[in-house]
Ligand binder design. Structure first.
Ligand code: ADP
Ligand code: TRP
Length: 357
């Protein structure tokens, strides 16, 4: 029975095309979970508003992500696919849940600090992060420039997305774990304040057990839109090969079994995600005995990435051209998502004492 399956929910913000980080952190898992769970996947357009996008761009991005979800193999007959703003119950519950969320805990969230610093044009302090200093800095700076309240309450909205569907599995990348931790805390707090088990606690999900962080090709931390180091699923093969061939490396190992520099370790991380185990061990051995040629590794990596992205890229344009189909998918998705959302919202209103006369 469909309603006996565990409830899965995840979403991606509509801020641009999807990249390999999104694929291995989220989308690829969505596709693989469809047969075994009650899956619900959405496009987080309200979350995208926290960074004030151009309205035309926002609309185009929602459509792009929807088409990329479908091209990657999310099947609207198996999964509920919807747009966040099509479920107005989310907005109402966001208001209600905010009454149980502290501004202090929101200000200490890593994603808020990052985004607030970006909005204010201030860098990360050299001597590391200090919550108290940050709060003073942000309050001081925010009186002149604007850090919007939506950015601060981003985790409340994300918690509502999850809790309103009573989801227990949330497939996301490693960078979202703090938001999930907050969601569990809000759920526990709400349940214990009212003495009713309204919300189950949600956890991340990854087939390999550990959530992944896909690195960039520029030698630094993660692949991300704002880092400007993405390999997009819809990248043309020529562009994609060029990006991989330009990846940062080092001078190569000088002695057998040398430790790996970060840029090279990152290439191996990508190879592990996209290639077969024998290819990975071939290059690991070549690194260990100093016979490795990074150019060969990159060529192989580019072809293995293309094997993942090509079928998606080839389908996406046809899907984008079929407006009637896209409209049907999200209308059906919204209807299903609203059904469970409305039931949870009614429960929440009643538990909080908002009752009809
Ligand atoms: P971006 O960081 O590029 O703006 P999003 O924040 O919209 O991407 O992320 C959408 C989903 O993709 C989330 O589940 C997030 O954890 C995952 N994700 C994004 N970048 C990476 C990455 N480099 N490695 C693993 N997962 C990622
Ligand atoms: N915060 C997520 C991101 O940046 C997107 C998101 C919003 C989400 N609501 C969610 C992910 C609910 C999982 C579940 O990627």
């Amino acid at each position: 029975m469909a309603d006996k399956k565990e409830i899965v929910l995840s979403g991606i913000r509509s801020t641009g095309n999807l990249h390999l980080g999104n694929y291995y952190g989220a989308l690829g898992k969505f596709v693989r979970m469809q047969d075994d769970y009650d899956c619900n996947f959405f496009i987080a357009d309200l979350h995208a508003l926290t960074t004030n996008p151009d309205p035309r761009e926002l609309h185009a991005n929602v459509k792009n992500i929807l088409a990329e979800y479908l091209a990657a193999g999310i099947d609207p007959e198996k999964s509920t696919i919807f747009i966040q703003s099509d479920v107005p119950e989310v907005a109402e519950m966001y208001l209600l849940l905010n009454m149980h969320v502290g501004i202090g805990e929101l200000m200490r969230t890593a994603s808020f600090k990052d985004k607030a610093r970006k909005a204010l044009g201030i860098g990360v302090p050299a001597q590391g992060d200090d919550d108290e200093a940050f709060e003073k800095e942000i309050i001081g700076a925010a009186t002149n420039k604007r850090v919007n309240a939506g950015l601060l309450t981003y985790p409340t909205l994300m918690a509502v997305d999850i809790l309103i569907q009573k989801a227990t599995k949330v497939p996301v990348g490693k960078d979202q774990e703090q938001h999930l931790e907050l969601t569990r805390r809000f759920a526990r707090r709400f349940n214990s304040f009212y003495g009713v088990e309204v919300f189950p606690e949600p956890y991340n999900f990854d087939f390999g057990g550990k959530p992944v962080k896909v690195p960039g090709l520029d030698g630094s931390g993660k692949m991300g839109k704002s880092e400007g180091n993405c390999i997009y699923l819809v990248d043309d093969p020529k562009v994609l090969r060029k990006k991989v061939m330009r990846a940062t490396t080092d001078e190569g190992p000088k002695e057998p079994n040398s430790p790996m520099s970060e840029p090279v370790a990152n290439l191996f991380t990508l190879l592990e995600l996209t290639s077969t185990p024998d290819v990975v061990s071939h290059f690991r051995e070549a690194y260990a005995d100093c016979s490795i040629r990074y150019g060969d590794l990159k060529k192989q990596l580019a072809e293995d990435i293309l094997a993942v992205t090509t079928p998606i890229r080839e389908r996406v344009n046809d899907i984008l051209a079929d407006d009637a189909y896209l409209r049907r998918v999200v209308a059906q998705g919204a209807e299903r998502a609203r059904e469970r959302a409305a039931a949870t919202l009614a429960e929440v209103r009643s538990v909080m004492g908002i009752r009809k006369f």
